[in-house]
Design a protein around this ligand. Sequence first.
Ligand code: ATP
Length: 238
Amino acid sequence: MTAMLEVEDLEVSYGKIVAVKGISFTVDEGDVVTLIGTNGAGKTTTLRTISGLLRPSGGQIRYQGQRIDSMPAHKIVTLGMAHSPEGRRIFPSMTVEENLLLGAFSRQDRPAIAKDLQAAYDLFPILGERSKQPAGTFSGGEQQMLAMGRAMMSRPKLLMLDEPSMGLSPLMMKRIMETVKTLQAQGTTILLVEQNARAALRLATKGYVLEVGKIVLTGSGQELLHSDEVRKAYLGED
Ligand code: ATP
């Protein structure tokens, strides 16, 4: 079976700083794969490189068997990959609906876009209730829902989420994680970057632990949840 996404010996540098030091991992269709690790481990850098926002200094990235590591970001979106970035990056002065429609910029199929807009409102009712409101007036959690809704508007086969739970209340975080499960059940493959290792591993098919640019542990979500190393270093357990 060909993996949906294959990352091989990926290296990414910022000038002289090598942030990602030759990592390899795969994401199979239908899976939720999580990258966990401490601050500065290279998680965001990895996602931004897969999306085409950064260029690797070494290695390869293949999506459905096709090399994408020198493709521009806007082209990668059209292949069926979407990225909900860290810090949400919504457009504050635009309305909720305008923000969502930006996610469909690469599509021409208007009736299907209208249907997907409705699907985003079904997933997150607050977005529908306040669709004409400027997005900048939303709370952090609401903006996170908007960022996920916007990423879904490109109808991605692979959705990459960068720290979707950042700054959220426990209740809101639960909601976001439940949404990840719902999206997976609807057939979306997900690559999830999270600081909250416990929440991410609970729903992950497979996890990779990053430390200063390298993968140090791999396993199923359940294996990693029960690994002594992960429990001590990432779950705050003795
Ligand atoms: P966090 O969980 O804190 O977001 P992360 O695992 O996502 O961390 P990255 O943001 O990928 O980590 O950063 C990896 C390393 O690259 C860090 O040492 C960081 O300081 C460095 N880095 C990130 N962005 C830049 C940049 N634009 N210029 C220089 N160094 C950078």
